[in-house]
Ligand binder design. Structure first.
Ligand SMILES: C[S@@+](CC[C@H](N)C(=O)[O-])C[C@H]1O[C@@H](n2cnc3c(N)ncnc32)[C@H](O)[C@@H]1O
Length: 311
């Protein structure tokens, strides 16, 4: 489903087909992944949506129910997939994922090693970043989790770029066959310091490692281990501040009393911009952005380190 192999590539300008995975989007905090099957329908609070009406429409289309309600059919990008996947473990979210992909210097063609796979949230973004010619080898010691992740990678269309193996990475390290071949390595393990010596052997010269840990004590132990073979060790905590953009309907009969920057206009009604479904009257509404109450706080620490050069 993701734009990977040029042959199989979905540009997302192409139309929805039978068997496609689509993200049915009601609003930013209400969406689900649905496999399109022409004999099926989706029922929600807006009515019944026949999948057969979706086939042939471009990704991004607004589709209507039998009651005139609507949803959007979006392409299953890694960003949206992270929001709808089934949580079998704690997962990485977009703020951390973006930082990881950038600081691990992942580009098409890279070979990336990862452990643990968990729910495959990060893996899906890694796959898109290395596609079409690179590969992600991801390891988890939990057989059922590895199997579920494999199924998800089939559904999202990245299975040709991702190999999932069952292995105790803390106990056994990464397989020797990858020695000196990895461009980057990502660890989301309870005791990453046990794996760091093996990770050092797997990296190409100048390769980069990242370890995600929720607690600072884990970071300290990891850094002690990293000092042996790595340089440029840096830890980050990524805090994201989300703003809600809302449209305020103003009471025009009260003049321009609410026009001051930062003050609220006299309001009749407020609602988020998205999905309002109401006609917009430019003369009687204004738009405000303010920090969202739902902002996510601490997720974990990201520690990056570069393999020491040989000479
Ligand atoms: C928090 S989850 C990873 C979540 C993942 N980063 C994501 O974004 O979906 C940690 C995973 O590490 C796995 N794990 C823990 N110890 C392990 C070990 N010794 N070897 C391999 N995997 C391990 C667990 O089974 C779990 O699935």
């Amino acid at each position: 489903m993701l734009p990977t192999d040029p042959e199989k590539r979905i540009s997302f300008t192409r139309c929805i087909r039978e068997g496609d995975l689509v993200i049915v989007y009601e609003r930013h905090d209400c969406m689900k992944a649905v496999k399109v099957c022409k004999s099926s329908s989706l029922q929600n609070r807006f009515g019944v949506f026949k999948h057969s009406d979706w086939i042939g429409k471009p990704f991004g289309s607004k589709v209507f129910s039998n009651k005139g309600g609507f949803v959007y059919l979006l392409a299953p990008t890694p960003e949206l997939w992270t929001l709808v996947l089934s949580h079998r473990t704690q997962i990485l979210y977009i703020a951390d994922i973006s930082f990881v992909v950038t600081y691990l210097e992942i580009v098409p063609g890279c070979v990336v090693l990862e452990s643990g796979t968990g729910s495959g949230s990060l893996t899906t973004s890694l796959a898109r970043a290395v596609a079409p010619t690179g590969h992600v080898y991801t390891f988890d010691f939990h057989e059922q989790r590895a199997a579920s992740a494999r199924e998800d990678f089939e559904r999202t269309g990245v299975s040709s770029i991702v190999t999932v193996d069952v292995r105790d990475i803390q106990g056994q390290g990464f397989p020797d066959e990858f020695a000196g071949l990895a461009d980057s390595i990502f660890l989301d393990l309870p005791q990453p310091w046990l794996t760091i010596p093996s990770a050092a052997k797997m990296l190409k010269q100048d390769g980069v490692l990242c370890s995600f840990s929720p607690c600072i004590e884990q970071v300290q132990r990891s850094c002690e281990s990293l000092l042996l073979n790595f340089t440029d060790i840096r830890t980050f905590e990524i805090l994201l501040r989300t703003y809600e953009v809302r449209q305020w309907k103003t009471d025009c009969s009260r003049g321009n009393e609410g026009g001051l920057v930062g003050s609220l206009p006299h309001k009749r009604k407020q609602h988020p911009i998205e999905g309002s479904g109401e006609p917009d009257n430019q003369n009687s509404s204004s738009v405000m952005a303010r920090p969202s109450g739902e902002a996510r706080g601490h997720t974990g620490y990201l520690t990056f380190a570069r393999l020491k050069c040989l000479s």
